[in-house]
Design a protein. Structure first.
Length: 455
C-alpha cells in the first residue's frame, strides 16, 4: 500500500508540473500575438498661406494655398507611409491642381510633415470645416518564440480643421450727381457712388452694374457696367455712371394761341446698383430726383410788315414761363442770323448798340407772361417767306441758382418790296405828293384825249 501511495503522489506532482509548463507556454504565445498593443498616433491642422504670410479664406475665393501640417507622435517607426487628403464641400481643387498627398519611406516619432494644395472656396457661410487625412503605413512586428519580424500594413484616418473666416461686407456710403441738382429739361448727368469694404479681406473680381429705370438710360453702350477688380479694406472707392435723361414731358393746354405744348416734367425714380464678385452679390437702391424748372415758350409775335432790305422794324415777343418753378434774373438775347439782324442806328455808339440785343427781365414766376421788344433789319437779297430768328433765354434756377438757358425760334414774315402792304409805311406827306402826281397825270391824259377828239 505504501508503494502504491508513493507512486500516486509522484504522478500527481508530474501532472502539476506539466500543467504549469503548458500555462507558461500559453502565456508566451499570447504575448507574442498581442504585441505591440499601442497604435501609431497622428495630429494634424491646417492654415491658409504660410507661417510668414497667413491669409484669410472667404466664401467665393479662388486659388488659395492651403498648408496641412501632420505630426507623427509615435511610438513606432513606420515605413512606406502614404498620406493624402479627401476634398469635400466647401473646398474645390483649383484648376490644374492635384490632391495634397505625400510619401515617406521611413517615419520616425516626432516628425512633422507638410502637405500643400491650391483650392477654391464655394459660396458658403463662414465657419470651421473638417476634412480627412487618409494614412497608410507598414509596421514590423517580432514574434519572440520564433524571433521572426513580419511586415503588417495598416490604415488610419484623422480629421483636420479648415478655417474659412474671411468675409467681404460692402456698404454704399454715399452717392451724388453732377450737376448736384438735376432739373426738368436736363439731358444728361453723371451718377457717382461711393463703396466701402468693411469686411476683413480684400474683395476680388468685383464688377458693378447699374440697372436704370425707364426715365434714365446709359449715356453710351456699356456705360452702366464697370469692372472694379479689387476693393481694399476700409478705403472708399468711387465709381461713376454717365446717364442720359429721357425727355419726360407734361402736356399743357394754351388758350391763346389755342394749342397744346409739351413741357419737361419733374419726376422721382430709383436706379439699382448691383455689385458682384468672389463671394459677393449685393444690390443697393439709389433714389434719383429730377426737380421742376422754368420753361419758356413764345405765345405771340408782333411786327410791322417787313420787306426785303428793310430796317428799323420793331419786333415784340410775348413769352410765358410754363414751368412749375420761378426763374431768377431772366435775360433775353436776340441772336442774329444771315437773314435777320438787329438794327443799330449809325448814330448810336456801338457799345450802346450791343445792349439793344439784350433785354433784362428780372424774376419770372410760374405762368407769368412778359414782353420783350427788339429792332430788326431784313437782308435785301432774300426771297419773301417765313424765316426764324433765335432768341436766347437765360436765367438762374433756384434753389441752387444753377445757370440755365433755352433757345426759342421766332417766326418772321418777309414780304415783297412791291407788295400792297408796303404802302402802309408811307407817310401822310408822301401820300399827298403821290395823290397830286396821280391827279396831274390824269389831267394830262384827259387833255391829250380831248385834243384827239377835236381832230
Amino acid at each position: 500500500m505504501n508503494k502504491l501511495g508513493k507512486k500516486g503522489s509522484i504522478i500527481t506532482i508530474l501532472l502539476l508540473i506539466s500543467l504549469i509548463l503548458v500555462s507558461i507556454s500559453f502565456i508566451h504565445v499570447s504575448k507574442a500575438e498581442t504585441t505591440p498593443v499601442l497604435k501609431p498616433s497622428f495630429i494634424a491642422y491646417s492654415y491658409w498661406g504660410s507661417n510668414t504670410s497667413p491669409i484669410l479664406a472667404y466664401p467665393g475665393a479662388s486659388f488659395l494655398p492651403l498648408t496641412i501640417t501632420v505630426t507623427y507622435l509615435g511610438p513606432y517607426t513606420l515605413y512606406n507611409v502614404t498620406i493624402n487628403s479627401t476634398i469635400t464641400y466647401p473646398l474645390i481643387l483649383s484648376k490644374g491642381s492635384s490632391i495634397p498627398s505625400l510619401y515617406i519611406p521611413v517615419l520616425t516619432p516626432g516628425t512633422t510633415l507638410k502637405l500643400f494644395g491650391l483650392f477654391n472656396v464655394s459660396n458658403t457661410s463662414n465657419g470651421i470645416y473638417n476634412e480627412t487625412l487618409n494614412i497608410k503605413y507598414t509596421i514590423f512586428k517580432t514574434i519572440p518564440e520564433t524571433n521572426q519580424t513580419i511586415p503588417i500594413s495598416q490604415f488610419t484616418t484623422i480629421k483636420y480643421s479648415v478655417p474659412i473666416l474671411g468675409y467681404v461686407d460692402l456698404k454704399l456710403v454715399g452717392f451724388k450727381t453732377n450737376p448736384p441738382v438735376i432739373y426738368a429739361g436736363d439731358t444728361a448727368a453723371i451718377l457717382t457712388v461711393y463703396l466701402v469694404n468693411q469686411g476683413n479681406v480684400i474683395a476680388s473680381n468685383v464688377s458693378a452694374y447699374l440697372y436704370t429705370p425707364s426715365q434714365l438710360s446709359p449715356l453710351y453702350l456699356g456705360s452702366n457696367k464697370i469692372n472694379i477688380g479689387y476693393l481694399p479694406i476700409g478705403t472708399p472707392v468711387n465709381i461713376s455712371f454717365p446717364l442720359e435723361i429721357q425727355n419726360i414731358t407734361t402736356p399743357i393746354s394754351l388758350i391763346e394761341p389755342y394749342k397744346t405744348v409739351q413741357i419737361p416734367a419733374s419726376f422721382n425714380t430709383t436706379a439699382i446698383l448691383v455689385i458682384k464678385g468672389n463671394g459677393i452679390n449685393e444690390s443697393f437702391n439709389i433714389p434719383i430726383e429730377v426737380k421742376p424748372s422754368a420753361y419758356f415758350i413764345a405765345t405771340q409775335v408782333y411786327h410791322n410788315s417787313l420787306t426785303q432790305g428793310e430796317s428799323n422794324t420793331y419786333l415784340t415777343i410775348s413769352l410765358i414761363n410754363l414751368g412749375s418753378a420761378t426763374s431768377k434774373f431772366v435775360t433775353v438775347t436776340l441772336l442774329p442770323n444771315p437773314v435777320i439782324t438787329p438794327y443799330v442806328s449809325s448814330s448810336i455808339n456801338p457799345l450802346i448798340g450791343v445792349e439793344t440785343i439784350n433785354y433784362t427781365v428780372g424774376d419770372i414766376p410760374s405762368n407769368a407772361i412778359f414782353n420783350v421788344t427788339f429792332v430788326i433789319s431784313a437782308s435785301s437779297g432774300i426771297t419773301p417767306g417765313t424765316y426764324y430768328i433765335p432768341i436766347l433765354v437765360t436765367w438762374y434756377q433756384p434753389p441752387t441758382m444753377t445757370p440755365m438757358h433755352q433757345v426759342i425760334e421766332i417766326p418772321i414774315t418777309i414780304s415783297s418790296s412791291f407788295s400792297i402792304g408796303s404802302f402802309s409805311k408811307i407817310s401822310s406827306i408822301d401820300i399827298l405828293y403821290l395823290v397830286a402826281i396821280i391827279v396831274i397825270i390824269i389831267l394830262i391824259v384827259m387833255v391829250i384825249i380831248g385834243r384827239r377828239r377835236k381832230h
